[in-house]
Design a binder for this molecule. Structure first.
Ligand code: URA
Length: 481
């Protein structure tokens, strides 16, 4: 059905909104266009700052058909559109109008996650919400003393999208009693304690550089920075580098990352745990470990799995932690990873029953997952560096009792348990390192890593694993002389 008079069928309408974040303006224009049945391909939406489209013939909306039904607009669409319109994508107005048009005939369109327009509006809206979240989290005010001695807090921020106005209510609510300004390249906000004023775009130099409160904030940040929980990837995801230049505390991050490992070691040493004198036997050690509740894993109520294998074993194999089956049976390395390990040991000519087989962490860390059929599964979770460090005393005690010539650490957690520092397995594998008691340590991959690889990758990695085990067998033979 086309409600336009014939002469206007081929006309294109150019619409320029007064502001790039003007949702109400867009809505009014869209309503009129829809009521006049102007299809999306006949509308050119323009950014306020863009030069006019010379090919668009008409910038006044067509007269609408008074008998046209009111447009169908769901709350879900309104919520997405209100966010998406703040995106800097110049095609966002077209997208919204096209969706609005299509929704009239397909009311369930938004539920079609495979539709490219639906995907796009969801992407835009998500990105804008993220930008708003970043602005709330990363705006940093600096104090300025006015000539009359009054305080004024000024922040510089560079949002990626048109979110300044949409963020105003948050800052007014949060800092209602302060006088503040937020300056951005697209415009500025000024709150005088009573009313909000909008101002022109600003430049970085218009904002102050630093203030005494900043020093305080930096010291606070440095004191709450926990090197044991340092995850650089997650940190960059949460606080992308492009925001750093306007945040005083980020000046410290470089140094803190560099010193993190040293601080972590110091932290562990400072709280170093000892369970008193060395127990006189492996059985006595196992009894004490069973009572250990020093970390959350120890407190989760599962059975401690201590090592297996004789005192005086020439080789000690250290894994990460017991798995589901190991916890159930109370024995290390009896599940799929254990079977693979034992098969490789046999191939390398190493008698597993003569070795001490143990783990860096003595309790099973897991999350429970309800399966489709209704049963529950316990899914392995890696221990944190801190949890491994908490368990180091037990591993050291076990080694002191067993007194192996050689130790083979399987994977990064085992290597940390042995060395008390973060280890890159790929960099340090296959090399003999002398330990403080004269024994020797080699690091290799964990067998469960091999199980996770696809066939191609696994074949190569298993060959390297087998090589490492042959090197262990050779060194054992050499020492046995
Ligand atoms: N993985 C380990 O690291 N240890 C076990 O005991 C079992 C699986």
């Amino acid at each position: 059905m086309n409600l336009l008079p014939d002469a206007r069928i081929a006309e294109t309408f150019a619409i320029t909104l007064p502001a790039p974040d003007d949702f109400e303006g867009w809505r009014n224009e869209a309503r009129q266009l829809l009521a006049a049945a102007v299809p999306p391909e006949r509308v050119v939406w323009q950014e306020p700052s863009e030069p006019q489209d010379l090919f668009a013939q008409n910038s006044t909306p067509p007269t609408s058909d008074p008998a046209a039904p009111p447009p169908r607009v769901s709350r879900a669409f309104l919520s997405l559109a209100k966010a998406a319109i703040l995106h800097s994508d110049p095609l966002r107005f077209n997208l919204l109008y096209r969706l609005l048009w299509r929704l009239q005939a397909q009311p369930w369109l938004l539920e079609d996650a495979a539709d490219s327009d639906v995907r796009r509006i969801n992407d835009l809206s998500r990105t804008v919400r993220r930008d708003i979240h970043k602005m709330r989290a990363f705006v940093r005010f600096r104090e300025v003393r006015e000539a009359d001695g009054s305080e004024h807090f000024v922040a510089w921020f560079e949002p990626s999208h048109h979110i300044l106005r949409a963020s105003a209510a948050f800052f007014v609510g949060r800092f209602a009693s302060m006088r503040w300004s937020i300056l951005t390249p697209a415009g500025s906000l000024y709150w005088d304690g009573q009313a909000l004023h909008e101002g022109p775009p600003a430049r970085r130099e218009d904002a102050p550089e630093g203030d005494p409160a900043e020093q305080l904030w930096k010291s606070y940040y440095a004191s709450i920075f926990n090197p044991a929980r340092l995850k650089i990837g997650a940190m960059l995801k949460e606080m992308p580098r492009r925001y750093w230049k306007n945040m005083p505390e980020t000046a410290l991050i470089h140094g803190m990352i560099a010193g993190a490992q040293a601080r972590e070691a110091a932290m562990v040493d400072a709280g170093a745990f000892t369970a008193g004198p060395l127990p006189e036997s492996l059985a006595a050690l196992a009894d004490t470990i069973a009572e250990c509740r020093r970390c959350p894993i120890g407190c989760n109520g599962t059975r401690a799995v201590t090592g297996e294998g004789p005192q005086g074993a020439p080789l000690m194999l250290v894994g990460e932690q017991p798995g589901d089956l190991e916890e159930e049976l109370g024995r290390p390395f009896v599940g799929p990873a254990g079977q693979l390990l034992r098969a490789h040991l046999t191939d390398a000519g190493i008698d597993a029953t003569a070795a001490r087989v143990t783990n860096a962490v003595k309790h099973f860390k897991f999350v429970s997952k309800v399966m489709r059929g209704g049963g529950k599964h316990r899914l392995h979770q890696s221990p944190t560096a801190k949890e491994i460090d908490m368990c180091r005393w037990w591993l050291d005690a076990e080694r002191a009792l067993v007194r192996p010539w050689l130790v083979l650490a399987l994977g990064a957690s085992a290597a940390r348990g042995m060395l008390g520092r973060t280890v890159s397995v790929q960099k340090e594998r296959g090399i003999w390192q002398q330990l403080e008691d004269g024994s020797e340590l080699m690091i290799t991959t964990h067998p469960s890593y091999l199980l996770r690889l696809d066939d191609m990758a696994r074949a190569g990695e298993e060959t390297r694993f087998a090589q490492d085990l042959r090197a262990v067998a050779a060194r054992l033979a050499e020492l046995a002389g």
